[in-house]
Write a protein that binds this ligand. Structure first.
Ligand SMILES: Nc1ncnc2c1ncn2[C@@H]1O[C@H](COP(=O)(O)OP(=O)(O)OP(=O)(O)O)[C@@H](O)[C@H]1O
Length: 254
């Protein structure tokens, strides 16, 4: 079943840059759709538009069968709990003044009454935080620390725990590992794959790194200058039919 569908999406910035040019794709439930492209091609803009943090200038963004682009903030609220993000820099995603446990409980306090949780169970704040820390394989004791007392990889695990806490249908992963060292990158990608299967999540996984996208995604799209120039199933990545730009990206990781 289709979870997210973009139809003829266009977006320009006020400086006249046409960042998104007629974007069309669908993301099926419980799948990971990878989006790869070089710096400046429009990936983060697309992420912000899908997350309803930025408006589009034309086209349609359907999420769970509902067109989101014309909804006001009050109408969007029930969809926001199902639409979460893990971004590049975990330090800027976490409030430095809040202990980890306070950051982890915050989404539940905002949206909990609308959440229909199947995997996590809310009995009290402490037990809920313990379940989340366990899910992202972090020691419970770290929940009483502040973000600056954690490593980059640990902080990213916390932002993942926050993102999964309401069991959303979609998580937009925008370069989730690019601020981490190679070992932490691999373990975060493994963790994300496990969580997707365990919690029936869907991911839009955005990266400049085709190798990372290839390990995570069932479907892969290649973006260049604001357009999707190639779109294929992961098993067809090495097919002769790939376009020249995709082949160029492949040659970088072979
Ligand atoms: N708020 C803005 N106002 C004007 N132009 C912008 C704005 N945000 C991004 N741009 C421009 O839009 C284009 C796409 O930017 P975007 O951040 O979406 O690219 P990206 O593929 O995510 O790049 P990176 O991988 O470096 O983050 C760039 O030319 C950028 O300079």
């Amino acid at each position: 079943m289709t979870l997210l569908k973009l139809k003829n999406v266009i977006k320009s910035y006020s400086n006249g840059v046409n960042v998104l040019k007629d974007i069309n794709f669908s993301l099926e439930k419980k799948q990971c759709l990878g989006l790869v492209g070089e710096s400046g091609c429009g990936k983060s803009t697309l992420a912000r538009c899908v997350l309803q943090l930025d408006n589009i200038d034309g086209g349609e963004i359907q999420f769970n069968g509902v067109s989101l682009q014309d909804l006001n903030e009050r109408e969007l609220k029930p969809h926001r709990k199902n639409l979460q993000a893990v971004l590049q820099n975990p330090s800027s995603s976490l409030n430095p003044k809040l202990k980890i446990r306070e950051s982890l409980i915050d989404p539940y306090l905002q949206f909990g009454n609308q959440a229909c949780l199947k995997h996590f169970h809310y009995t009290n704040e402490e037990a809920f935080v313990t379940q989340l820390m366990e899910a992202v394989e972090l020691p419970d004791a770290l929940a009483d620390r502040y973000p600056h007392e954690l490593s980059g990889g640990q902080k990213q695990r916390v932002t993942i725990a926050r993102a999964i806490s309401l069991e959303p249908s979609l998580i937009v992963l925008d370069e989730p590992t690019s601020s981490l060292d190679v070992l932490s990158q691999a373990s975060i990608l493994k963790l994300l794959t496990g969580l997707r299967e365990e919690l029936d999540l869907s991911y839009l996984f955005i990266s400049h790194d085709l190798s990372a996208v290839n390990t995570m995604s069932q479907q892969i799209m290649v973006m260049r200058d604001g357009s999707i120039v190639d779109h294929f199933s992961q098993e067809n990545i090495f097919s002769e039919q790939r376009n020249d730009y995709t082949k160029e990206l492949i040659s970088l990781f072979e």
